[in-house]
Design a protein around this ligand. Sequence first.
Ligand SMILES: Nc1nc2c(ncn2[C@@H]2O[C@H](COP(=O)(O)OP(=O)(O)OP(=O)(O)O)[C@@H](O)[C@H]2O)c(=O)[nH]1
Ligand SMILES: [Mg+2]
Length: 391
Amino acid sequence: MALTIGIIGLPQSGKTSLFNALTKAGAPISGYAASTVKANIGMVQVPDARLQPLADIFQPKKTTPTTVDFVDVAGMGQAAQGGKDKKEGLNAEFLGHIRNADALAVVLRSFANDNVTHVNDTIDPFRDLENLNAELTITDLASVERRLERSTRSAKSGDKKYQQEIDILRRLQSALEEFKLIKDLELGQPEQALLKDLFLLTIKPRMYVLNVSEGALGEANELLEKIAAGEAVDEAGLSNELKGIAKVAQRARSEGSEVAAVSASLEAELSELPEEDAQEYLESLGLPKLGADRVIQVGYRLLNLITFLTAGEDEVRAWTVTKGAKAPEAAGKIHTDLERTFIRAEVIHYNDFIKYGSFAAAKEKGVYRLEGKEYVVEDGDIMQIRAGAGK
Ligand SMILES: Nc1nc2c(ncn2[C@@H]2O[C@H](COP(=O)(O)OP(=O)(O)OP(=O)(O)O)[C@@H](O)[C@H]2O)c(=O)[nH]1
Ligand SMILES: [Mg+2]
């Protein structure tokens, strides 16, 4: 199953615009709250700068990037209001989508636009971040408490297993009540197993996507880079919008989340143009690269994914495996049978390949290796699988 990143955020923060920029899908948007009722799900190609140079060398019939899925759901405040009781957190349909997401992209509105209402009237992405976080936490607390009730009933049988479960759940409960990060708790094996069962939202890897004003995009990117590098920022010299952006970036840094700046509506519009025209338009605005690509790349990293490549005259292609995967599992991505019949992989790292220019030259230099079943695949490996006959 494809890995999925859930796009969440307050109503009218630009989630669907971002989704359109990412997927080029053209899902309907509007200036009215609750414009997204049914979730949008779309496949997104992961940009990879290694594909083009390989295509130049091999001149393949086709070049295929790898993909991840993004799902765009209703705004969060409105999902909760649609529920029976605010204390229960988010409503069921919405929850179904984000519980199954492997990571979350949290859209925070930073753009000013008088035609687009804000549920809290003023623009303040940091406040919105805290509100969203509270909502996710309340939802998780409800999940933990429901499970706690169930375990307490089951514990009456005298089975020790349930008592242990209760202890764990109480620890989770108090961490959530204090807004502590569960990933900072020291959790052993039984705790991890229970966690997996609970599908908590606050433990999902997370990135904040600041949806900034068109005019602030360039400066916002510079600021984010500075803060990520741990450089000091002179807040006094910043515009109000940039101050808000800095606050979110500092929070992201302290909790170990990723952050990116986009102009969702601009990028959605540009995604409808041919690539060259879009590039030209960007340059005429004096803007660097689009933020949407960074959202995809960071999302990909959040999912703990790496890319390996296959290259030949038929196809140059990028494939996805989870970090730590061994060679047979990678082979299984190319064709299911190959995992079982795997014998060896011929491996060369992309950087070495580009240095030597061909498989033959790389072989001569001894950088083209034969690896066995225990080989752990690295990001950027170019692989060729040798397999035996299937049984
Ligand atoms: N100026 C400006 N307007 C934006 C930007 N992003 C979104 N908008 C506008 O804000 C409105 C809402 O955008 P959507 O993408 O539909 O927002 P949403 O978060 O999906 O909204 P709901 O589905 O209702 O929760 C639309 O009118 C967009 O054109 C932006 O970056 N800049
Ligand atoms: Mg929407």
